[in-house]
Write a protein that binds this ligand. Structure first.
Ligand code: NI
Length: 255
C-alpha cells in the first residue's frame, strides 16, 4: 500500500461517531416548494465537519488517483495544465463508503425525504473546491440540465460547506421560484437550454443565458450548515476572493 493510501485509510478509520438530530418545520417545506430552496444552520457537528475536511484535503491532494468517480476541473478543459480553478471529485462514496454513514448523509437523506415527500434512492455526492483567490464562479444553471432528459425527476441537491460560505468566498445564490411557473408549486418550469462555459464542450460546467440575476438571493452559510435546492431552480456560486479555500460537499437525491 502506498503511503498516500495508508494515510487515507487512517483518516477514514478515524471517523467520529457523532449524533445530531435535525428537522424541518412545515413552513420550510412550503418555502422549498414555493422558492425552490431552503437551508438549515446545522446539519452536522463541528467534529464531523473537521473530519470531513481532513478527508477532503487528502482526496484533493491525491487528485484522480484515489477516487473511482473521477477528479476534474469544472471550469477548464479536461487535463489542462496549471492550477485548477474549480476542481471537483465525483461520487467519492464509491471509494469511501463510510461517507454514507456520516451524520451529514443521514440527516440530508432524512430531510430530502421530507422535502420530496417520498424516499429518495441513495444519493451520490460531489465535492467542489474553490481554491483561495483563484476559485472560479459556477455560472447560472439548473442541475437537471446535466442529467439524462429521457427520465423525469423529483430531485434536489443538498449542499454542505466545510468552510464559511460567504459572499466573498463563493456562497450559493438562487433565483426564488425559478423552478415553477408563477403561482405554481409543481416545479413545472422547463429545463432551459444550457451551453458549455466558453462554448467549449471540453469544459464540464454548463451555463444558461438570460437569467435575471437582480432577483437572486444569496444564501451565506457557516461550516456545518446546509442548503437544499430543487433540481430545476436557477442557481450559481460566486468566485472565491478570500485567502482560504471554500470546500463544499453536495449530495444529489432523486426519488
Ligand atoms: Ni448546481
Amino acid at each position: 500500500m502506498s503511503e498516500r493510501a495508508a494515510e487515507l485509510e487512517a483518516i477514514v478509520a478515524g471517523r467520529p461517531r457523532t449524533q445530531l438530530e435535525v428537522d424541518l418545520p412545515q413552513e420550510q417545506i412550503d418555502a422549498f416548494w414555493r422558492d425552490g430552496f431552503t437551508s438549515v444552520d446545522r446539519i452536522t457537528t463541528d467534529e464531523e465537519v473537521s473530519w470531513l475536511g481532513e478527508l477532503y484535503d487528502a482526496l484533493f491532494s491525491e487528485r484522480h488517483a484515489a477516487v473511482a468517480g473521477g477528479y476534474f476541473d469544472l471550469a477548464r478543459p479536461y487535463d489542462s495544465p496549471g492550477d485548477d480553478l474549480l476542481p471537483q471529485i465525483l461520487m467519492p462514496e464509491q471509494t469511501i463508503p463510510e461517507l454514507r454513514k456520516t451524520t451529514y448523509h443521514r440527516n440530508a437523506h432524512k430531510l430530502a425525504w421530507k422535502l420530496l415527500g417520498a424516499e429518495p434512492i441513495p444519493g451520490w455526492g460531489h465535492m467542489i473546491l474553490k481554491p483561495p483567490r483563484i476559485g472560479e464562479a459556477l455560472p447560472w444553471h439548473q442541475d437537471e440540465a446535466y442529467w439524462d432528459p429521457a427520465y423525469t425527476y423529483r430531485a434536489l441537491g443538498a449542499w454542505l460547506p466545510l468552510d464559511p460560505a460567504t459572499l466573498e468566498s463563493g456562497c450559493m445564490s438562487f433565483v426564488p421560484g425559478s423552478h415553477a411557473a408563477k403561482g405554481s408549486t409543481e416545479a413545472d418550469t422547463p429545463v432551459r437550454v444550457h451551453r458549455h462555459v466558453n462554448d467549449d464542450p471540453s469544459v464540464h460546467a454548463l451555463v444558461t443565458d438570460d437569467v435575471d440575476a437582480s432577483r437572486a438571493v444569496p444564501v451565506p452559510l457557516g461550516a456545518g450548515g446546509a442548503s437544499f435546492h430543487h433540481c430545476r431552480v436557477l442557481h450559481s456560486s460566486a468566485p472565491n476572493r478570500t485567502g482560504r479555500q471554500r470546500r463544499a460537499y453536495a449530495i444529489e437525491f432523486q426519488t
